[in-house]
Design a protein around this ligand. Structure first.
Ligand code: ADP
Ligand code: MG
Length: 438
């Protein structure tokens, strides 16, 4: 599979992000709680102040000497004496119906109002000045008229507390936003770092595996060749209808499968220099289709290959290109259902040849096609996951490209491009990517 960073390696990032989230939640909750307590404190303060003011006013308005026309002035005097003048500047009397009946000073924006209901005093505004209005007429059977009293507190401790509460809320909000942004970038960097680390580790392991595979493949190759060759010789010597013929064909097919695996492993582990020569792509395609005839027939699949004329000449390594085509054809055969066909098309221009190998299988679904090109990525129980990786290694070594796409209405298309003219890369440099690469 791809250099798998696995769930375990994401663990530190998750812990880190989790810690930041907890910190932000704690900060947010503390800010909200703090804000609420401060507002409560302010209200308590205002209530206290309000009661104090009310006591002064009630005494002033209802006291035995206060029923004269200078009642309002008396209130002010009283307030001045008790040091409450700054509040009384912003005092307003509001009737039960909500009408302002008397005010002192002006109301400012920075004003908190404490409101209380008191029994209506017996004075009011008359002809532009404050006057005693005489004994109040009590409504029959009704309660005495009441007035609402509003007291403004300006630039007071209450205002200060409120400002602090808002400031705290704003600073906490800013801290949370900054922390979140920081956490996002840090987590991203951290994750990238972990991925790079995992990739490096995976590359090291692949390189070691490649060396081991190369040794093993060399050891397997010769006896494998002997098994296949001798079985074919025996087959030729026996009559065509001999009852062991079919068994021997199976031995040859399986030996060929093993041979391909060994070749892919060797190519992947130790890319060889390519022997470039001019060859006809169409002839090679026909040859490969012929070579895979047995597998295609047993899967009831037919190949549709382009007509041989005009030839499509490329400068390529015949063995390497054959290996690519076999891998792609076999993938198509393995994906396509019985009775379907595999369509091969070539489109040639002066610069390049485009080869499209289309099958009518299930397609690659939602899978990232690039991931399928990673070594050892396979969805098959008997797959090695080397076919596409090695094919890309070879095609890119020839200066071409290879990609896999879903095809409409169904199936997969593998598109290979190869330069039509001689590659300018000197032969000694035409090497595929190093072992462990893709
Ligand atoms: N023609 C195709 N149709 C559907 N899936 C494909 C096709 N070719 C390749 N794949 C997917 O890509 C994976 C990797 O292919 P490959 O590298 O050749 O390895 P392997 O054939 O051993 O699985 C396959 O396991 C399969 O899931
Ligand atoms: Mg394959």
């Amino acid at each position: 599979m791809t250099p798998d960073t696995g769930p375990a390696s994401h663990f530190p990032t998750r812990v880190f992000v989790g810690a930041i989230v907890v910190l932000c939640v704690a900060l947010g909750s503390s800010a909200i709680l703090n804000y609420r307590s401060m507002i409560e404190l302010r209200n308590l303060y205002l209530e206290d102040r309000g009661r104090e003011i009310l006591a002064i006013l009630t005494n002033s308005l209802r006291g035995p000497d206060r029923s004269d026309s200078n009642a309002w002035q008396g209130v002010m005097d009283e307030a001045m004496r008790s040091g409450s003048y700054s509040w009384l500047k912003y005092l307003a009397l509001v009737s039960e119906s909500g009408q302002v009946t008397a005010t002192s000073g002006q109301l400012s924006q920075d004003l908190y109002l404490y409101e209380e209901t008191v029994r209506a005093p017996r004075w009011g505004r008359q002809g532009g000045r404050w006057d005693h209005l005489g004994p109040r007429q009590q409504p029959e059977g009704g309660s005495p008229a009441m007035l609402r009293l509003r007291v403004g507190v300006v630039r007071s401790t209450a205002a200060f507390i409120t400002r602090q509460a808002y400031l705290h809320l704003a600073v906490s909000g800013l801290a949370i936003v900054t922390l979140s942004v920081l956490a996002y970038f840090l987590a991203r960097t951290f994750r990238r770092f972990l991925q790079l680390q995992a990739q490096e580790e995976s590359q090291r392991r692949l390189a070691a595996l490649g060396r081991l595979a190369a040794t093993l493949a060399h050891e397997i190759r010769n006896p494998l060749g002997a098994i296949k060759g001798l079985t074919q010789v025996t087959q030729e010597r026996l009559p065509r209808d001999h009852d062991t013929q079919e068994l021997m064909t199976t031995v040859v097919t399986e030996a060929e499968r093993l041979e391909r695996l060994v070749t892919d492993l060797l190519t992947f582990a130790k890319p060889r220099s390519m022997a470039l020569e001019e060859l006809d792509l169409k002839a090679l395609l026909a040859d490969v289709a012929q070579q895979l005839r047995n597998q295609a027939e047993s899967a009831q699949i037919t190949f549709q290959i382009p007509t041989p004329q005009p030839p499509a000449t490329v400068l390529a390594d015949p063995d390497g290109l054959r290996q690519v085509l076999i891998n792609i054809f076999l993938n198509a055969v393995e994906a396509a259902g019985p009775g379907s066909k595999i369509d091969v098309a070539i489109e040639s221009s002066q610069q390049r040849h485009l080869i499209e190998i289309c099958d009518e299988g299930a397609g690659i679904g939602d899978q990232d096609p690039e991931e399928l090109f990673q070594p050892f990525v396979t969805t098959k129980t008997r797959g090695t996951g080397l076919g596409l990786a090695v094919s890309r290694q070879i095609v890119e070594g020839l200066g071409g490209t290879i990609e896999l796409r879903n095809r409409k209405p169904r199936g997969t298309v593998c598109r290979i491009t190869l330069p039509a003219r001689a590659s300018s890369t000197p032969q000694s440099e035409v090497m595929a990517a190093p072992a462990g690469g893709q």
